[in-house]
Structures are given as C-alpha cells and as structure tokens.
Design a protein around this ligand. Sequence first.
Ligand code: NDP
Length: 304
Amino acid sequence: MTSDIETGSKLIDGKAIAATLRARVAEHVARLRDTYGITPGLAVVLVGEDPASQVYVRNKNRQTKEAGMASFEYRLTEDTQEQELLDLIGRLNADQAVHGILVQLPLPAHLNADLVINAIDPAKDVDGFHISNVGLLATGQKAMVPCTPLGCLMLLRDHLGDLAGKEAVVVGRSNIVGKPMAQLLLRESCTVTVAHSRTRDLGEVCRRADILVAAVGRPAMVPGEWVKPGATVIDVGINRVEPEGGGKARLVGDVDFDSAAQVAGAITPVPGGVGPMTIACLLANTVTAACRAAGLPEPEGLTA
Ligand code: NDP
C-alpha cells in the first residue's frame, strides 16, 4: 500500500498496512473462537513507571482487546525483586489461557533482562527475544520473529514483492531491531550489510542499498545524499525532538525525510510507518503462538 507524495517518492503507508494486518488477525481470532473455542491471550508485564513504556502497554492492551483477544496486564512496582518477576513468568508459562508473554523493556537496572527474557517459555515469547528464538531465526528454522523487524519485512514485501538479490543495508545492530532485521533479509536472499557506529564511510555504504533500513535512534542522521536513487527506505527510528524556542515536541525518524524522499523510490514516514506495524505484529505473533500451542496449521498471512 503506497501513495504518491509531492516529491515523487512513494509513501509506504504503515498505518494502512497495519490496519489490514489487524483485520486479518481479528478474522483468525474469530475463527479460533468459533471453531475451536480458543481465545488467544496476551500477557504484558510492566515493571516500574517509565512513561513511554506506560503508553506502549496501554496501546497494546487496547489493540489486543479490539482484535477480540484476551489481554492480561501485570503492573509491578519499580522495586520488584528478580525472583518475584521470575515467579510471575513461571505462572504465566503454565497458564493455558496465556499464549503470548511480553515483558516490557527496558527493565529497571537491578533486574537482569537476559535472565528474565530467557525465563519465558520460547513458545510464548511473542517478542522473539528468547535465546532459542534468536537461534531458530539465525538457523532459518520456525521461530517467533521480533515484531519490529517482522513489521519492516511485511512493509518491504508489500511494496517490493520478491526481495531476492537486492542489496540491503541495515544501519544499527541491536538485538531487538538491527540483527533480526539482517537475519530476515538474509532469509529473503538479499545481500546484507550491517552498519553500526564503527562503520567507516557510512554514506558510501548506504548508497549501495536497494533497501535501506535505519534503526539507530539519532534524529534525521541519514540525509538524502546517502540514499541511492530509487531505493526503498525503511525508517525505524522514533526520536522525540523539542523545537528550539519551546513548543510541542515532535517525532522524527533516523532518516531526513524531506531530502530522502527526493531520491528514494519509496519511504516510510515517521510517525505512521514502522511504528503501527510493531503492535500489529505482536498481535499476529500471539495468534501464531495460540495456533501452534493447539497443534493447528500456521495462520496464513501472519508470519514472515
Ligand atoms: P539501540 O540503541 O539498541 O541501537 C542503536 C544502533 O545504532 C547500535 O547498533 C549503534 O551502533 C548504532 N549507531 C549509533 N550511532 C550510530 C552512528 N552514528 N552511525 C551508525 N550507527 C550508529 O537502538 P534500537 O535498535 O533499540 O532502536 C533504534 C531506533 O529504533 C530508536 O530510535 C528506537 O526508538 C526505534 N525503535 C522503533 C520501534 C518501532 O516500533 N518503530 C521499535 C524499536 C525501536 P553500536 O552497536 O556500534 O553502538
């Protein structure tokens, strides 16, 4: 789903594509309920008071219910002890009404995030961060795929169809976005380069890309002159920028949209690009987990 923007690039409409995915999720949920008596359930655990996390969790809760799924929310205080959190995860692992478990990151500093994430049953790890899912993805096996890279891949497939043979550059190598994104693109038979803060001549590297994914966390750091004419640009960055002289903060991506849109073949906006896909993919992963738990075939159109 793309639309022309004044610059000549096509705008990849993440909002519309996410709405289509959510509708597909809701159809699968209704079928699971009506045919098998299964209601997919997602448990979200939030520790502490981080304001951004609170907003994410509220949105996840609302969209889960809107899709007809069960939403279980656990809000724990900032000073929660690790064992308490591990005990809760143990109970959720054993709970048959819970098909997906998500622990909202970042966790407070006194909690070991790796230990906590790896305590989740990999079959319920709808964020795809458990070491087993990381390994399954890396070895090309059936995994739970992290939501943001999965959403990016769906946007790319929607716009480009077959990705085989394309030069892909991913800027950023985090475990939650950059690395799994690179794995997915490799699985699609792209030729993949992963760039990071120590990459030399980043502009030159980016200019090779037919597909350029920016996941850095630095406002507008990728200028138009780093974009190959006709390339497809996926901007994962969400940066809150306070205008000089005060006023309302605005969200900008890692790509300088105005200059990049002059040269790109297609580009995602921020907001309204990758962001809406992330939660839609979380819902999709929960339905996939519910189907797998019941031994049912993989739901169509929800996995990569
Ligand atoms: P991290 O901070 O974990 O990783 C950032 C990566 O960018 C690192 O690999 C880092 O390199 C690299 N980097 C930093 N500076 C530079 C530079 N100057 N040149 C090249 N590479 C650089 O971030 P995340 O992956 O978690 O998130 C990235 C962005 O995506 C953020 O804006 C975040 O808000 C957004 N995001 C959006 C989501 C959505 O739903 N749309 C979901 C998740 C994240 P090095 O490893 O060398 O330090």
